[in-house]
Ligand binder design. Sequence first.
Ligand SMILES: [Zn+2]
Length: 125
Amino acid sequence: MSADDWVECPICRKKREKILDELFKKLTRKEYELLLKIVEKNNLNADGINYVIENGYLKEDNELINIPKYELKLPTLRIDYEYGIDEEQCNFSIRFECVVCGFSEYLEHTKYFGDKEKIDGEKGD
Ligand SMILES: [Zn+2]
């Protein structure tokens, strides 16, 4: 059994918050508010914010712009997990991998309980 899911990467989130802090000081209030609207509508990550600035989207009333590039969106962290269970063991593994910053982690755990199951099995009437 396996599955995958996409969430925001914690490393990329820090970068995004830092960029927003810096822009808050640089931009006019009107530009910053427009930026936040665009960021929220498009679910943009740090690269997405830079993309908006570099393309001059704050110069006009562009809050309805649609940025379809998935690599500019928040959920860049892919989560894959697998689990299994049988009479003797259960196991679980999970992998995190960010397609933008390269952050990656892999964890797994297996627990054996074959002997306990046998004892329980002999108890039945
Ligand atoms: Zn990342």
